[in-house]
Design a protein around this ligand. Sequence first.
Ligand code: PMP
Length: 397
Amino acid sequence: MKLENPAPIQWHFSQRAQQLQSSVIRDILKVTVNPDIISFAGGLPSPETFPVERMRAAHDAVLSRVGKVALQYGPSDGYAPLREWIAGSLSTSDSTILPEQVLMLSGSQQGLDLIAKVLIDEGSKVLVETPSYLGALQAFSVYRPNFVSVASDDGGMLPEALEGVADGARLLYSLPNFQNPTGRTMPLERRIALVETCARLGLPLIEDNPYGDLSYRGEPLPKMLNMNPHGVIYMGSFSKVLTPGIRLGYVVAPVALIAKLEQAKQAADLHTAQLTQMVVHEVVKDGFLDEHVPTIRKLYADQCQVMLDALQEFFPKSATWTRPAGGMFIWVTLPKHIDSMELLKEAVQQNVAFVPGAPFYANEPAHNTLRLSFVTVPPEKIRQGVATLGKLIASKL
Ligand code: PMP
């Protein structure tokens, strides 16, 4: 039996759902599926770097060796050998990270949601960088915090700007390496000052580090996690060093918090796919990333340089931009009167896309900013796209 012409339901969305908005970036990406568009908009890693054959071989190995375990439900905290591997890779000579401190996630984005779920009440003060990662602002927003944007400069958040604003805050969200969206890196002294200040204030410090391994020159700076494993909540991801489609990330935190996050994780999705975790363990356990990640660094460093050179050649002198030491993004600041959201509409008509900067601000947006990603566009297209943008901007001066 099937009802004839039932009246459509008038959905009464929860207050939480009413304030959900679709991400500007995802909306723009819809336009950029058109192959004629040169898109600097996406945050996607380059598919050229995906180790497809290695992943296929690892799937084969896991399925033929332990297929029945890999295809079964698994523990909520994750696949133990992978948690051990992660704990080992994060430990340093003076700071040991234990496997019990690692909770596997279905992408590190899930960690942002779970952390917010267990630490944020409606109206709780949450401190973020200016600007910050849009996906984190979205994830936290669901829990209706009171965002406070902490003054930041080319080295990220200014620790001294925390004095006075940090009282009663539930957490501080920071991105020390090759930040999304600006590409900037937090200097060592500032990391130390931030860790010290948060420890003094008893303020949980989130260190979100999906790009940390993508340093163009030399090793990344020390992690804040290792400076204070009792106060830092660290998030890592396999999205940028292997592939994002497997949705695998992790959070490292003191065990009391991990226990609570695990309960939230159970309620959300029981656990992260066993097969995926076992395959990734198979791939990484013998040092594959040590040979693979340098190839990603090289590709991104080269493409970044192409974009920096093109910006120098084609952008007007009144525009400024960051010079990243790693990662996937360059952040451009235009003369004050140019609204990058309006610029985008015209740019898309000329087949170039980027992400306007405003959505990356929790409070007062700088409308004259924008984010460019250089990793999925070939060099000649980078030059062509930057030239088009440069002309468009010059026409507004
Ligand atoms: N944090 C930052 C800063 C990011 O840029 C991203 C991905 N765009 C994530 C977290 C989420 O990564 P994933 O869920 O793929 O691990």
